[in-house]
Design a protein around this ligand. Structure first.
Ligand SMILES: [Cu+2]
Length: 260
């Protein structure tokens, strides 16, 4: 065969190979298809006296994906990626959770979210995200050390409006859309757990006994489709640490649906 034709054919075959490779990689990094519907709770009385129906969500944030859950056994395609997931009411690891990044809540309802944060942290790029935004009273309830074994606060609970910008683990940031729907913007910083305890637990194949615990409530408006993500650059070294877990759906981002 003519050498040039052979080279051209080889290039085409190689091209198909590269495309197939990329396709396989993208499929392996699949999205979290499940949806967690927030659980109905008691009613909620806002500071202005208005009484709302209330729902609750309990989430965990991990330094890896080894809990399984929506990523699959053994951490799935990216066991080393930091990840959000469904959590138990006391921060329990739910290894069989079918979802952990897509949520559904009702319209005109008080949504109370509790997040147990098992990861370490660092300085956040933009200190806007070290502040609490969009919650009732602009506050969150914070416990720096939650004891998962005793199921109790290991230190006193406090009301916060921000945390120091150099101890941020992750953020839960819910964005409204620029259209006719009700706007929603909620952003809450999640403080890091103790570095050495996070590393020691990870080496032992588990998670620290003492995650930080943050609880906050916000009121939804009309029905709409929103997105949430973490605003702490917690991915790998690529794209200023916005790569890897930060640029793969369902680890540090997901859908947030408000239903009529
Ligand atoms: Cu993050």
């Amino acid at each position: 065969m003519n050498k040039r034709i052979f080279a051209a054919l080889a290039t085409v075959v190689l091209g198909f190979g590269v495309i197939a490779g990329i396709g396989t990689y993208v499929v392996a990094a699949k999205n979290d298809p499940g949806v967690i519907v927030a659980q109905k709770a008691d009613s909620y009385t806002a500071p202005d006296g208005t009484v709302y129906p209330q729902v609750k969500l309990s989430l965990n944030v991990y330094p890896n994906s080894q809990f399984g859950g929506q990523h699959g056994a053994g951490g799935g395609a990216h066991p080393d990626y930091v990840s959000y997931s469904a959590g138990g009411p006391n921060g329990e690891v739910i290894s069989g959770a079918g979802s952990g990044s897509n949520f559904e809540v009702p319209a005109h309802t008080a949504v109370t979210i509790t997040i147990y944060q098992y990861d370490s942290g660092e300085s956040i790029t933009n200190d806007f995200f070290a502040h609490v935004h969009g919650t009732v009273d602009g506050k969150a309830t914070f416990v720096q050390r939650w004891d998962t074994k005793a199921k109790a606060n290991a230190v006193a609970e406090q009301q916060i409006t921000d945390i120091p910008k150099d101890v941020v683990g992750h953020t839960f940031t819910l964005h409204g859309l620029s259209d006719a729907k009700s706007q929603l913007f909620v952003s809450v910083p999640l403080m890091m757990s103790k570095d050495e305890e996070v590393s020691a637990a990870e080496e032992a194949g588990g998670y620290t006994q003492f995650p930080t615990k943050t609880t906050f409530t916000f009121i939804t408006g009309d029905a709409g489709e929103y997105v949430w993500n973490c605003e702490f650059p917690c991915g790998d070294g690529t794209i200023a640490r916005f790569g890897a877990a930060m640029s793969t759906m369902s680890y540090m981002s997901g859908h947030f649906t408000v239903r009529a």
